[in-house]
Design a protein around this ligand. Structure first.
Ligand code: CA
Ligand code: CA
Ligand code: CA
Ligand code: CA
Length: 271
């Protein structure tokens, strides 16, 4: 691990000296690249990357120009992969098999990875205008979702099945990408002022809670439903487990009295 970190540190120093590629170690855990359980060393030379393993063996991968390199578990099999961003593509070196795969993603603006399908290995998602492209290196596939104009994008487990869902705001709509089922679902929320993920219904998967003036809208993607509660006149909102049963309650100050939205029991009451 130490050798790997040193090699990456050296690569980062070269960035400060004016070379283009930048290498970043994502976690200290990803130090084995060929899956044999021992530490490998990565050395960057221009756009070429050489991986040194034990016993004097090495292998060099010659990539076309790239801008960032990260070490990430992408296929769920032993040994981490090298993930490279390029101007309109993503390249993955699977050192275990000695292969390089390239995924065309068009011109893109952000790149993130997390487990999106509940199967071992991270999926990579990239934003590209009104498209979100998801690369599943395990199956060597890419899915493109046309989400239209959007403003915020994040991920959480929203349905209780393993893997995170992507969710994004789009005007008065909230859209959810469930990569596990390769589906895009849109929910009408209306105009809202704040949004936060809270587990309110006592079932696995987080709900999205929107303040919408005199009402609260709770989006439960697991149920593919929105629930609206009247909280006219509220002045502050907090949430905690008020009734001791699964799920957080939303607690508002209504005048001088605490008012509870108990989404798990689908009811509201004053304390
Ligand atoms: Ca792997
Ligand atoms: Ca996965
Ligand atoms: Ca999920
Ligand atoms: Ca829930």
């Amino acid at each position: 691990m130490k050798h790997l970190k040193w090699a990456l540190a050296a690569a980062m120093v070269s960035v400060f000296l004016g070379l283009a590629p930048a290498a970043n170690a994502q976690t200290g855990e990803c130090s084995d690249l060929n899956g044999d359980g021992t530490v490998d060393t990565v050395s960057v030379n221009g756009y070429s990357v050489t991986i040194y393993s034990g016993g004097g063996t090495s292998r060099t991968y010659n990539l076309s120009s790239w801008s960032t390199m990260q070490i990430v578990e992408l296929d769920g099999l032993a040994g981490c992969e090298l993930l490279f961003t390029q101007s309109s593509s993503l390249a993955v070196v699977t050192h275990r098999t000695g292969t390089t795969d390239t995924y065309s993603v068009g011109s893109w603006s952000t790149m993130t990875y997390t487990d999106l399908d509940g199967v071992a290995g991270n999926e990579v998602y990239m934003t590209s205008g009104s498209y979100i492209n998801v690369v599943t290196h395990r199956t060597k596939t890419k899915n493109s979702y046309n989400v239209g104009s959007w403003s915020t994008l994040s991920y959480r487990d929203l349905d209780g099945y393993a893997g995170n869902e992507l969710y994004l705001t789009s005007g008065t709509d909230l859209k959810v990408i469930t990569q596990r089922t390769q589906s895009l679902k849109s929910y009408y929320i209306g105009s809202w002022s704040t949004m936060q993920p809270i587990e309110t219904d006592g079932k696995t998967g987080e709900e999205l809670v929107f303040t919408t003036g005199a009402t609260i809208t709770i989006l439960c993607h697991r149920d593919a439903a929105t629930r609206v509660y009247n909280v006219s006149g509220w002045s502050s909102m907090s949430y905690y487990n008020q009734d001791g049963l699964p799920g957080e309650e939303l607690v508002f100050i209504m005048g001088t009295r605490p008012f509870v939205v108990n989404d798990a029991r689908r009811t509201t009451y004053y304390l």
